[in-house]
Each structure stands twice: as C-alpha cells, then as structure tokens.
Design a protein around this ligand. Structure first.
Ligand code: UD1
Length: 413
C-alpha cells in the first residue's frame, strides 16, 4: 500500500491524539501476570496492538474490544510464544518477564535485528539470570526456566524493554528487588501504575532506581493508555513542514518537552495541560545540534521527524543518532531524492535547509515512513510514499487524520 502526498497544502484545525503504541504493548504484556481481567482504555486501533492481542489469544487469553476499550482475562494454556506473530511484532518480547513471574517458564523466538539496527536483548536476559532464572539461548529461541528471585541489579544501559521486563519479572518474587539505572520513559511510569493498581508493591515510580517488593498474586485493574507522544510530534512536524495553524488535543505536552522546545524556539506555540497549538507562518532558522538519548532527552523515535523538519529550515541542523545505528541513512537517501541536502557520516547527519520536491520514496520502517509523509506535506508536487504498511503498525489512520486538517493524501493499493 502506498500514499500519494500532494504537497503545499497548509494545515488548519484540530487533531486529537490517541493512545500510545509503546504504552499499550507494555500494558498488554503485563496482563499475563494475572488471570483476572485487565481493562485498557484509550487503546489505539493499530496493527501492532491487533497482533499483540492475537498473540495473547494464542497463549490462551480471552480478549474483547469495543472501540478503544480492550479487556484481557483468563489463564494461559501455554508459555510458548510461537513465531509468525512474535516476529511480526517486536513488542512481543514484553510478555517474557510477566509469563516467567507467573508461570516460572517461558519460551519465545529471539528477536533478530531489524531495519533500524540490531535489537539485542542481552540486558533483559542478564537481569533474569541474576534473578536466578535458567536462560538458554538457542539458535532462534530463548528458553527461560525458574521463578525470578529478588536481587539488586543495575542495568548496563537504561533499556526501555529490559526495564519493563525486569520490573514485571520481579512483582511476584520472594522479597525486595532493587533495579538501578532503569529507563524512565512515560510508558514505564504507566506500566508501574498499572502494576500498582493490580496490587504490586513498587516504589520509585518514574525514577531510575525502582524497588519492587514481591506479592503472592495480582488482581483485576483498569488503566488508561497514555497519549502517544510520537504521534503528537508527528502532527507537530506535519504543521512545521506544511505550514498552518493546528491545535492538538488529548495529548500530554510534558511527555515531549525536548521536541517541543525545538518547535517553540522557532514557531508561535501555546502549550496547555492537554493541548498544544502551533502556528507556522515562516521557516525555522535551524534546530542546532540535536542528539538522541533516553528520556527525558530527545527520543530516537522522533529523529526521522526532525530530519524532515530540518530540510525545511533556513540554516544547518546536525542530528546525532545514539540509539539505533541504521536509523539515519535510509531516510537521508529518500529526502535527498526529494532535493534535500542531507549528509550522513556514521551516526551523524548534517542537514542544510533547501526546498523539497515530490519524488518516489520508500518507507522502510514505522517512524522513518512517517517522517517521509511529513516531508511530502511541504514538498512541491506529489510525493509517492511506497510501502506504508510499516506506518500502519503504529499510526491509526495517519492519512485520514491529516486530511481532516487540510492535507491531501491518497491511499493506493
Ligand atoms: C523501545 C520502543 C522503541 C524506541 C526504543 C528507544 C517499545 C515497544 N519500543 O524499544 O519505539 O525506539 O524503546 O526509545 O516500547 N539494547 C541493548 N541490549 C538490550 C536492550 C537494548 O543493547 O538488551 C540497546 C538497543 O540496541 C538500543 C538501545 O539499547 O541501542 C535502546 O533499546 P531499548 O531501550 O531496549 O528499546 P526497545 O525497548 O527495544
């Protein structure tokens, strides 16, 4: 499936933001910690969530969905996660800690590398080993056996997924676990809050040191999936590239401070508790030197958006990608096809502002694909973005939503 983006249409109006993919996946992974029902509200209707729900069903969970409300309940009838679904969705690794905590064993496919770089899970597995779990890595599978025991463990890097897995692995253990150097992304705070609502004892919510005192069982709870900060940034980047004046509602501006700082330094921006209004009438000067890093610093998931925005700035922007080694080159080459001036040297991209013109470009991953659509909104003529299936993994109706505020994007099969 492809998008044909007709550039040059300014955006005006209001766009509501929906629930975050990365939050929903983590919360859904945690539903395996109890047989009782977990209800999620504001759960986004995106392909990755559909696949995660299907994966939970193949494990034995009962799942219902009405609009953006999802319920998951029941016991697992297997602790073996099988391939076709697990390989479709990288977030499937997030069931590992929870299944292990409740059932004392789990087997799942080892996630391989992907378009944005190698995706090792050594920190997840090292933490589990320190918790006394017997971890056996085979060619394509990892088999973990043993109930996680309480430990003090310092993650060598604040990995989002490893933090989530190790917290979930600890909530049913035999005593007090102290995890140090944890990631502190908003999606982790949301997970910690759900676990506490389920009866877990966790202190240090949102801190890099988290203390978990094991309990014997967890129970039913409800959680609201937090607004998607990457979708919020995508909408902002769309207005920056296309021009116009848009109000984003149902968002949490606090969760994207680093991105918002760059936008408000260049454009008239009003920020409220759950709303952001941006008014773009001129070009940005430049975004300076921006490095991706774990929260609260500039997120790697917003890097491709900034790359596109930088093409429309007047001066030079430098972006350093510190998280995923292959996350710059592809979009740089696609933007250059559109007349961009992006030079990549390893993990560093230097972008000199120019005028973009429509071209045939290829989405190769979720966030990069969204970056190309955003770039097309400001380009002269038509940008044909191929393979937008990648985008649908994490965006609900990106084209239709942008069209509601004046974009012209046609979907072709
Ligand atoms: C999550 C997000 C993803 C985001 C990323 C970084 C979900 C479903 N996905 O992915 O959108 O881009 O955080 O913000 O929430 N690493 C290791 N060993 C490990 C784990 C990670 O070396 O065991 C490295 C990775 O290769 C990468 C860095 O740590 O360079 C960050 O990865 P991590 O924070 O784990 O990202 P994910 O949880 O996979």
């Amino acid at each position: 499936m492809d998008y044909i983006v007709s550039g040059g249409n300014k955006l005006y109006g209001e766009l509501p933001v929906y629930g975050a993919k990365n939050c929903a996946l983590a919360l859904l992974g945690a539903t395996t910690l109890t047989d009782e029902e977990i209800v999620l509200t504001n759960c986004p209707q995106i392909v990755d969530v559909q696949n995660m729900l299907q994966l939970l069903q193949t494990l034995g969970k009962k799942v219902w969905r009405v609009g953006d409300v999802v319920g998951v309940s029941g016991a697992l009838n297997t602790t073996i996660v099988t391939t076709p679904l697990a390989s479709l969705i990288r977030g499937s690794v997030l069931v590992m800690g929870s299944i292990l905590a409740k059932y004392g064993q789990v087997e799942l496919p080892l996630p391989g590398g992907c378009a944005i770089g190698s995706r090792p899970i050594d920190i997840h597995l090292d933490g589990l080993r320190k918790m006394g779990v017997d971890v056996c890595e085979q060619d394509t599978q990892v088999v973990c056996i043993g109930k996680p025991r309480c430990v003090t463990y310092k993650l060598r890097f604040p990995s989002v997924g490893a933090t989530q897995n190790l917290i979930c692995a600890s909530v049913l253990s035999n005593g007090k676990t102290v995890l140090k150097n944890c990631a502190i992304e908003p999606e982790i705070v949301a997970l910690e809050r759900l676990l506490i609502n389920m009866g877990a004892k966790i202190s240090g919510v949102g801190c890099s040191t988290v203390t978990i005192t094991g309990v014997s069982s967890l129970h039913t709870a409800t959680a609201n999936v937090i607004p998607d900060r990457v979708v919020t940034a995508t909408y902002l980047a769309s207005v920056v590239c296309a021009g116009g004046k848009v109000t984003l509602t149902n968002c949490n501006p606090h969760h994207l401070r680093s991105f918002l700082q760059l936008v408000s330094a260049n454009f008239s921006t009003k920020v409220y508790k759950h709303e952001i209004q941006v008014d773009v009438t001129t070009k940005a000067s430049s975004y300076g030197v921006v490095q991706t890093a774990p929260y609260p610093y500039f997120p790697t998931d917003m890097q491709s958006l900034l790359l596109s925005m930088s093409c429309y700035a007047r001066g030079q922007t430098t972006i350093v990608e510190n998280l995923f080694e292959n996350r710059l080159l592809h979009n740089a080459s696609q933007l250059n096809k559109m007349g961009g001036n992006v030079v990549v040297d390893g993990r560093v991209a230097t972008i000199n502002g120019s005028t973009l013109v429509g071209a045939d470009v290829f989405a190769r991953d979720l966030r990069g694909g969204a970056g190309l659509v955003v770039a097309g909104l400001g380009a002269q003529g038509q940008t044909h973005v191929h393979d937008v299936e990648h985008i649908h993994r994490g965006y609900a109706n990106l084209a239709q939503n942008l069209n509601c505020v004046g974009a012209k994007i046609h979907t072709v099969n």
